[in-house]
Design a protein around this ligand. Structure first.
Ligand SMILES: [Zn+2]
Ligand SMILES: [Zn+2]
Length: 239
C-alpha cells in the first residue's frame, strides 16, 4: 500500500531505460532491460574471466603474469566508451557516478541475476575496493561499497568496508599500459587490523574492471595480510 502511494506520487521509471513502469512495480529495472544485459559466456579464462576462443585454460596475460586473486568474474560486458557503453548496466553505473540516487542499489541487485557467476563458492567476507577519501567526498559515496553491500546481502556474508583502505589517490589510469597501471597502483592500499581477515576467503567487489591492476593490488595486500584466497566480482568488465 505504501509502495503504491509512493509510486503514485513519483511514477516509477526503469533505472536502465527510463521507461514508465507499472504503478505497482516491485522492480526498478524493466524485464526488457534485464533480458538485454549482455552476460559473459563460457569459455572464459579460469583466472581473470575474459572470454576466450578455446576453453579450459588461462589467457596469455594470466599465464605470463598470474594475478594475486584466484579468480575474477563480472556480471556483464561494459564495452569501450561512448554513451552506450555497457548497455543497460552502463546506463545504471553512469547514473551512480554522476547522480547520487542511493535507491539504485536495488536496481543493481536486480542486475546481478538469479545466480552470481562464482560457481557457488563460499566466502567469509565481502570487501569493496575502497576509494580515496578525496574522491569519496567528491562523488558523495563509494559505488563499489554500495555494490558490495548488495552482494553481501545476496550471499548472506558480512560486508567489511573498513579493513582495506586507500592511502593514496592514484593518477588516472587511462593512457597507461598494463605494466604502468600495476606500478601506478603500488602502495595505494593498506590493510588495517589484518587479524580480521586472517585465513579468510575474501570476495573483493568493484563496479568495473578494466586491466585488473586495481583488483590485483588489493588482492596482493589482502594476501600479504593473511587472507587465504581472494576472488573478485565486478558488475562490469571492460574488454
Ligand atoms: Zn528498462
Ligand atoms: Zn586471464
Amino acid at each position: 500500500m505504501l509502495r503504491y502511494l509512493v509510486n503514485f506520487i513519483f511514477p516509477p521509471r526503469c533505472a536502465g531505460c527510463a521507461i514508465r513502469l507499472p504503478i505497482d512495480a516491485a522492480n526498478r529495472v524493466c524485464a526488457r532491460c534485464i533480458a538485454e544485459i549482455e552476460r559473459l559466456k563460457e569459455p572464459l579464462c579460469e583466472v581473470c574471466g575474459i572470454p576466450m576462443v578455446a576453453g579450459g585454460a588461462w589467457c596469455e596475460r594470466c599465464a605470463a603474469a598470474p594475478p594475486h586473486f584466484s579468480r575474477a568474474r563480472a556480471i556483464t560486458i561494459y564495452g569501450d566508451g561512448g554513451d552506450d557503453a555497457g548497455g543497460v548496466v552502463g546506463s545504471i553505473i553512469r547514473r551512480h557516478k554522476y547522480g547520487l540516487d542511493q535507491s539504485l542499489s536495488r536496481a543493481l541487485a536486480e542486475c546481478l541475476g538469479a545466480r552470481l557467476p562464482l560457481d557457488d563458492r563460499d566466502y567469509d567476507v565481502v570487501i569493496p575496493v575502497p576509494l580515496h577519501r578525496g574522491r569519496l567526498r567528491w562523488r558523495g559515496f563509494n559505488q563499489a561499497a554500495m555494490l558490495g553491500a548488495v552482494v553481501a546481502r545476496r550471499i548472506a556474508r558480512p560486508l567489511d568496508a573498513a579493513t582495506l583502505t586507500r592511502v593514496r589517490a592514484t593518477p588516472p589510469q587511462t593512457a597507461r599500459n598494463r605494466r604502468e597501471r600495476r606500478e601506478n597502483m603500488r602502495g595505494a592500499f593498506t590493510v588495517r587490523r589484518p587479524a580480521r581477515i586472517a585465513n579468510h576467503s575474501v570476495l573483493l567487489v568493484d563496479d568495473v574492471m578494466t586491466t585488473g591492476a586495481t583488483a590485483d593490488e588489493c588482492a596482493r595486500m589482502l594476501i600479504r595480510a593473511g587472507a587465504r584466497r581472494v576472488d573478485v566480482l565486478t558488475l562490469a568488465r571492460v574488454l
